[in-house]
Design a protein around this ligand. Structure first.
Ligand SMILES: [Zn+2]
Length: 442
């Protein structure tokens, strides 16, 4: 089953509030004592600054645009003050720059958070859609354009809430997850963080229909590419789907006992939002393999494949109780039925990691072997690895040299001792022969 919302060419619903030109504010998330995500050597407050400054510099090349930054140094700045600053310069839009991490370090992909309320929801959606296309172009997995409410029924994220309360549209750009190996290559260097800033600038230029004589680009007709929205209503796909995916059925198609491979068919559906991840378990849901991207998932078109087959590797010696967990756009999950296999698989000796075959094909075997069953082991491709190995080899060489030197020293000392003993004995014998007494007085 495919659910499709019609997306037609429509103009941008937001118009400049300053007459003939737009004013925007870029907000590098966090700062000062508010450090943001700290994972795996990443520090969010510094990452956001690099990206925001690159975005700022790129946008300065465009005509008829005023650009500001909420902070240019590592200072703590309350969200309310950021919003007030933006309102003070009469901004049309505030873009808050962020990097993400998840509690279980298992999520990956790019997302945009927007206001739940008209007309900011419509503005945010049209920008978010443009930004998602840019992120997809860069190779990132898409987690969509979403809203979140707090207990009071207002926007959950402070920067969006504080801005819209002042009549200012605001979005949060969560570029990627710094704690997941599939997103890691997109943010592991300064160049990557700058590339995100340039990409964000491109999205802004397209969304606002800017042109730059300096860069030789003109996006004034890009508005035709924007999805159709109703300024006075919420875009349905952005409203939080509180309910679990409605359908999730697992079927065993084939069993390869010699290699411990199961061929499974998964049929799943969510009537409100697309399915974006699945993960499998062979121990009845106690542990899971890494999250997998959903086949043919398109969060912008709200489409995904509802039935597909996949392969699962079962470690030798394990009697599998197989099941699958599926996640919708808002990370709400549901579990499949269990498939109980009444005997254990016996084929090699080693306990293999819990994984699907698609994953196996995409990753080096060595890395997969380091995974424990049901866990995602984060192994960043450290560029220092070869240097470290060289270092180990060099220190072993030094040790060997020291040992050889010690042996040589001992040998020399021993031979000297033997030599002197022999000389002393000869002297004594000579003295004896000369009739000299031992205590010869001087
Ligand atoms: Zn953040």
């Amino acid at each position: 089953m495919r659910t499709t919302l019609p997306v037609q060419a429509a103009p941008r619903v937001q118009q400049p509030s300053n007459g003939d030109h737009f004013v925007i504010v870029i907000d590098p998330g966090h700062g000062g004592e508010n450090e943001g995500t700290i994972e795996n050597g990443f520090l969010e407050k510094s990452m956001t600054m690099l990206t925001a400054q690159a975005m700022y510099e790129e946008l300065c090349h465009y005509d008829d645009l005023e650009v500001y930054l909420t902070r240019t140094t590592d200072v703590y700045l309350p969200l309310k003050e950021r919003a007030e600053y933006a309102a003070g310069v009469k901004a049309d839009f505030l873009f808050s720059i962020h990097y993400n991490a998840s509690v279980d370090h298992d999520l990956f992909g790019s997302e945009v958070w927007i206001s739940s309320f008209p007309p900011y929801n419509a503005y945010g959606y049209q920008f978010g859609y443009t930004q998602m296309l840019t992120m997809r172009q860069m190779g990132l997995y898409l987690r969509g354009i979403k809203t979140k409410l707090n207990d009071r029924g207002t926007d959950y994220y402070g920067i969006i809430r504080e801005s819209t309360e002042l009549g200012l549209p605001a979005v949060i750009i969560e570029h990627c997850h710094v704690d997941e190996e599939r997103d890691y290559p997109f943010c592991d260097s300064e160049e990557e963080l700058v590339a995100f800033g340039k990409a964000d600038a491109l999205s802004v230029a397209k969304y606002l229909g800017l042109s730059s004589q300096e860069l030789g680009v003109d996006y004034s007709s890009y508005a035709e590419e924007l999805p159709e929205v109703n300024k006075g209503a919420r875009v349905p796909s952005t409203i939080k789907d509180e309910t679990e995916p409605e359908v999730c059925e697992l079927e065993l198609l084939d069993t390869d006992y010699d290699n411990g491979i199961l061929k499974l068919k998964l049929s799943a559906a969510d009537y409100d939002s697309p399915l974006i991840y699945y993960q499998s378990s062979y121990d009845g849901g106690q542990t899971f393999g890494p999250l997998q991207p959903w086949p043919d998932c398109d969060v912008l078109e709200n489409t995904y494949t509802d039935t597909f087959t996949f392969f699962m590797e079962i470690p030798s010696g394990v009697q599998p109780m197989v099941m699958v967990r599926v996640y919708n756009l808002f990370d709400v999950f549901t579990d499949s039925n269990f498939i109980d296999i009444p005997y254990s698989f016996k084929y090699g000796e080693e306990l293999q990691p819990q994984k699907t075959v698609e994953e196996k094909a995409g990753e080096p075997a060595e890395e997969a072997k380091s995974n424990l069953p049901g866990t995602t082991t984060f192994m960043p491709q450290s560029p220092e690895q070869p240097v470290k190995e060289e270092g180990v080899r060099f220190s072993n060489f030094i040790k060997l040299c020291l040992i050889i030197a010690a042996i040589l020293l001992v040998t020399v000392m021993l031979s000297q001792m033997i030599y002197y003993n022999r000389r002393r004995r000869k002297r004594r014998q000579r003295r004896k022969a000369e009739g000299a007494s031992k205590n010869h007085p001087r």
